[in-house]
Design a binder for this molecule. Structure first.
Ligand code: IPM
Ligand code: MG
Length: 370
């Protein structure tokens, strides 16, 4: 019998609640496919800061390295919010584990569920044909470049007085651009064969290098894929003007962070957007949303982005495509039957079909059982 080891990182806020639903669904899938999933839980983010003083304890990395995949729910919350650079922040845990595992490629599929067309903030006619994949570079750029805060900098304060100065650096090397572009071209070949490469080449040096490297690779190895350059401000506009133009969108770390939140609203809710972070070793799966501290502990969070992340894990880490398809179909069916969590409910949702986290997870698990 095949056994897969999963390192579970429930994290903060709604994290533990949606993790429970992932476990429920994986239990059914294990039985159905004759596969054993072994879970080891570890601390990340605020929960780790509270328990150990650091957002990414050594034991968490050990757990991740020893596993076939990492499933992460969400981290962060107001309790740990600080602008003091000397204090630990939950996000350091997330960025740290991405870097440590070498997860340079973050795939965020933006998929429209038929039943949720009315939940989108766009009119339904704009969603016709929308099916895109955002390929976000995840271990470079502004997130990881040199940064500092300096005090007593002459002229940095008001009226020419000494004051503080801070900087972050956007830094990219050729190989980092090439390997993420390769992921995008490869993905496009399995889809509609089109890549939008998003940059700010009219201003930034990193973007000019980005464009050169993407085009060089395209000419050398992927000339069969349609390649379109788009400036990031234009992309932000095109995403709400005509989102169906996109198949694969590849972009640097921070642009991808911003544009994927924007694109998630096409699906109706940030609670619907899954992600896979891939490198050359163990991969990590997490919803694109945060820890939603405002609704934590109330049992009302939408677990579907987490379950869709499980779907990505089944596909990318375990090659369990049949199970992944069945999970996607189960989610589709539950939505088609009218079941909604609060975030995706609208005026047409029957009150008795507005359900909480636990019920939504159970519905998906039941449909999977057949
Ligand atoms: C995301 C999140 C993270 C990011 C935060 C929590 C550090 O917004 O995964 O999109 O910016 O990458
Ligand atoms: Mg984000």
């Amino acid at each position: 019998m095949t056994t897969y080891r999963i390192c579970l990182l429930p994290g903060d806020g709604i994290g533990p609640e949606i993790t429970a639903e992932a476990l429920k669904v994986l239990g059914v899938i294990g039985d159905r496919c004759g596969v054993t999933f072994e879970f080891e839980q570890a601390l990340l983010g605020g929960a780790a800061i509270d328990a150990t003083g650091t957002a990414l304890p050594e034991a968490t990395l050990t757990c991740a390295y020893a596993s076939d995949a990492v499933l992460l729910a969400a981290i962060g919350g107001p309790k740990w919010d600080t602008t003091d650079p000397a204090k630990p922040r939950p996000e350091q845990g997330l960025l740290g584990i991405r870097k440590a595992l070498g997860l340079y490629a973050n795939l965020r599929p933006v998929r429209i569920f038929d039943a949720l067309r009315d939940a989108s903030s766009l009119k339904p006619e704009f969603l016709e044909g929308v099916d895109m994949l955002i390929v976000r570079e995840l271990t470079g750029g502004l997130y990881f470049g040199a940064r500092a805060r300096e005090t007593g900098v002459e002229g940095a304060g008001a009226h020419g007085a000494a004051g503080m100065r801070a900087y972050d650096t956007m830094d990219y090397r050729e190989f980092e651009i090439e390997r993420i572009a390769r992921k995008a071209f490869e993905a496009a070949r399995t889809r509609r064969n089109r890549v939008h490469s998003v940059d700010k080449a009219n201003v930034l040096e990193t973007s000019r290098l980005w464009r050169e490297v993407v085009h060089r690779l395209h000419t050398a190895e992927y000339a069969d894929v349609e390649l379109i350059d788009q400036l990031v401000d234009n992309s932000a506009m095109q995403l709400v003007r005509y989102p169906a133009q996109f198949d694969v969108m590849v972009t640097e770390n921070m642009f991808g962070d911003i544009l994927s939140d924007e694109a998630s609203m096409l699906t109706g809710s940030l609670g619907m957007l899954a992600s896979a972070s891939l490198g050359d070793g163990t991969a990590l799966y997490e919803p694109s949303h945060g820890s939603a501290p405002d609704i934590a502990g109330q049992g009302i969070a939408n677990p579907l982005a987490m379950l869709l992340s499980v779907e990505l894990m089944l596909r990318h880490s375990f090659s369990m495509h049949e199970a992944a398809d069945a999970l996607a179909a189960a989610i589709e069916n539950v939505l088609a039957e009218g079941w909604r969590t609060r975030d995706i409910a609208d005026s047409s949702t029957l009150p008795q079909k507005t359900v909480g986290t636990d019920a939504m997870g159970s519905l998906v698990a039941e449909r999977l059982q057949g």
